[in-house]
Ligand binder design. Structure first.
Ligand code: GAR
Length: 188
């Protein structure tokens, strides 16, 4: 069994899809949900599926061991970021090199970097007046939204789009693809 930890801090719609996708899977198990916000929706989703959760604290994550010990104790093989906004510290990158994956709600390398998350991304896309956006699934490295691309999918940006309507279209793409791409990556 390959054991994955989902790191998420928000509503957790992607986490929910991933958890559902791998329920009773033959080779991949969502073993842990890691979160930095005590009231995040993703914690209730994990609880509903009886998945272990780990609430992390900033200082230990960024300047301590990055929770490497806790993750290794739980035999975590892969880290999947789904709406997790803290930068991944070197300690964690060293131990899980090539095994940390992120999803970004735009076509990187455009509209990425520090502070580019959620509707900030969609507002920047609309302000740039581009006619296409999409999702990028990529390996995580030392820089925000920078590691090698694994998969991209595109969707139109419509003339009457708001950040919210674009976000809905992007979420649909994320839900369509993220679990499958993770499965292909881990099971290949
Ligand atoms: C997703 O759209 C994901 O791409 C984005 O956060 C959202 C989380 O939604 N991540 C980033 O912006 C990272 N820079 P969810 O909580 O409903 O899964």
């Amino acid at each position: 069994m390959k054991r994955i930890a989902i790191f998420a801090s928000g509503t957790g719609t992607n986490a929910a899809r991933i958890i559902e996708h791998f329920t009773d899977h033959s080779t991949v198990q969502v073993a842990l949900v890691v979160c930095n916000k005590p009231k995040a929706g993703v914690l209730s989703i994990a609880a509903a599926h009886h998945i272990d959760t780990l609430l992390i604290e900033r200082e230990q994550f960024l300047n301590g061991d990055g929770y490497v010990t806790a993750l290794r104790q739980r035999n975590i093989d892969w880290i999947i970021l789904a709406g997790f906004l803290w930068k991944i510290p070197d300690s964690l990158l060293r131990h899980y090199k090539g095994h940390i994956v992120n999803i970004h709600p735009a076509l990187l390398p455009d509209f990425g970097g520090k502070g580019m998350y959620g509707n900030y991304v969609h507002e920047a896309v609309l302000a740039a007046k581009v006619n296409e956006s999409g999702i990028t699934i990529h390996y995580v490295d030392e820089e925000y939204d920078h590691g090698a691309t694994i998969f991209q999918a595109r969707c139109p940006v419509l003339a009457n789009d708001t950040a919210n309507t674009l976000a809905t279209r992007i979420h649909t793409l994320e839900h369509q693809h993220y679990s499958r791409v993770i499965e292909e990556l881990i099971c290949r």
